[in-house]
Design a protein around this ligand. Sequence first.
Ligand SMILES: *Cc1c(COP(=O)(O)O)cnc(C)c1O
Ligand code: SF4
Length: 362
Amino acid sequence: MSWKDQLKNGLRSADDLDPSVPAEVARAFKVRAPRPYLDLIDPTDPNDPIAAQVIPDARELDFRPEELEDPIGDAAKSPVPRLTHRYPDRVLLYPTYQCAVYCRHCFRKEAINDGNRGFSRAALTTALAYVGAHPEVREVILTGGDPLLLTDDQLAWLRAEIEAIPHVRLLRVHTRIPVVLPDRVTPGLVAALDGRLTVVIVAHFNHPREITASAASAARALRKGGYVLMNQAVLLRGINDSADVLEDLCRELVYSLGMIPYYLHHCDLTRGLSHLRVPIEEGLAIVGALRGRLSGVCQPTYVLDLPGGGGKIPLGPSYVEGREAHRWLFRSWEGAVVPYVEVLSADLPVVGGSSQGQGGGG
Ligand SMILES: *Cc1c(COP(=O)(O)O)cnc(C)c1O
Ligand code: SF4
């Protein structure tokens, strides 16, 4: 089956859902999943981690007052349509708001469900002009929506427009295609991204069962194309909220896909996701356990995106247990508290005072 047929033969809309899913739940947010991803579901498991990412759940309608339509301030920091500029050196560009899969946990769910905004050259003109007029922008991040749902020609056009802006050095492509529709990674797609810019592809694998032979072929093709591969996962209740699952995921990302775990995201304050959120305290304990189990290459950074566009906060855990001038107390990966004395030139003043349990956390 070609990737286009895999899309057609998958879950295309709420109409394709099992009638046991109540209509108001099925119609609340978009529904879509390609055939190969659906085939990973174990129908005998009521808590299947793949199904939980794509089949609507009644709890998605449970909106809490503290939850937000624009949870991380994408719109608040958008100077022109289809672009977010939060950090000086990098921008997000949204070539399309459509995806091959509509994830139940999507942090940008409301923007994705706002109409059916797809790709057009005209829609991106102002955003590209904005990047051209801002020499401080070195990285352009294609996100969305899923940028790899564009045709090869659209992608090649966009890549060429971006690389014609001389101050841009890095093209980042944030995509779930390698996870949910790996056969879309064709030679034409690999060629479409090839040009002057260094390219980093950031995928979104959440569970080790998503790492299939097809995903491995796609990853190999992208690496052979010369692209750097990274992953961002989201910490999700019932899907990957255990050190065992995340250990397995991070190892296989590196060992099977040659993909470096980049971020483990704390679930944002998107509306209707409270059933998927893991307490921060628990998240810190999980990443603390990973520190002792995984090599540095396999370690993701646990981050939280502040509401309102405040940006990302690395959550730790902290390994600083205390400090007295140049004498620091660190907690080792085995849990021992170990003193470390800084040895510096005699005339260097002590910066910072004493503290206890600075940073704290898991
Ligand atoms: C997350 C994010 C980025 C990318 O940040 P990195 O830490 O470089 O991955 C850029 N812009 C916005 C608006 C973001 O939310
Ligand atoms: S692929 Fe990404 S943007 Fe699309 S629904 Fe999933 S998380 Fe959201």
